[in-house]
Write a protein that binds this ligand. Structure first.
Ligand code: OGA
Ligand code: NI
Length: 198
């Protein structure tokens, strides 16, 4: 997963014009996370969701889905689209932290998982995360005084965003905005961990 994510980061760096190595170096130390999801069949699938609509707070998500059972949906222009599993393929999503790191150029992907009344479903997610104390700040090439590239998000650490979602906010489609608002108004967590403010 390390190799795959580094290769994807190289492509992202090239596409943003910051060079092949920039993000590879940024993520050289990581505090990445692996999550295994299990969605049992549900008798009334139209009345529930496996995972509600949310954006992943991490940098990148590399998801492997159960070969035979659909469930993942992404929202495009206000409509939900199913992303059926493909054998030997991963789904790669941009998360909130990469959105902040690219100064809003890459958008965090809104998605959810639905359930069905017949088959259990499994998925495996590798969440690429920066080192816990690394300051999330876009490279200077992506920020300029021109209106177009004005800095959108203040500096923050992955630790502070992770704490935010674990102590006071359940990740949803507005996590990053809620976190930034919270960051601008406070500098201490309920659990006394300190955060980095701009
Ligand atoms: C997640 C997630 C989707 C899925 O773990 O964050 O969105 O298909 N999972 O299980
Ligand atoms: Ni997700």
């Amino acid at each position: 997963m390390d190799d795959i994510s580094m290769n994807i980061l190289e492509l992202l760096g090239m596409s943003l014009g910051v060079g092949q190595k920039y993000f590879r170096e940024f993520f050289q130390k990581q505090d990445s996370i692996m999550r295994l999801n299990y969605y049992p069949p549900c008798q009334k699938p139209d009345q529930t969701l496996g995972t509600g609509p949310h954006c992943d707070t991490v940098s990148l998500t590399i998801l492997y889905q159960d070969d035979n059972v659909s469930g993942l949906e992404v929202q495009v222009d206000g409509k939900w689209h199913s992303i059926p599993p493909k054998p030997n393929a991963f789904v790669v999503n941009i998360g909130d932290t990469f959105m902040a790191l690219s100064n809003g150029i890459y958008k965090s992907c809104l998605h959810r998982a639905v359930v069905n009344n017949q088959h259990p479903r499994k998925s495996m997610a590798f969440f690429l995360c920066p080192s816990i104390d690394k300051i999330i700040k876009p490279p200077h090439e992506l920020v300029s005084i021109e209106q177009k590239y004005e800095r959108i998000y203040p500096d923050f650490t992955w630790k502070s965003l992770l704490n935010f979602t674990q102590t006071c906010y359940r990740a949803d489609m507005n996590t990053l905005d809620a976190f930034i608002n919270w960051l601008r108004g406070n500098n201490v967590f309920p659990n006394n961990g300190t955060v980095t403010r701009q």
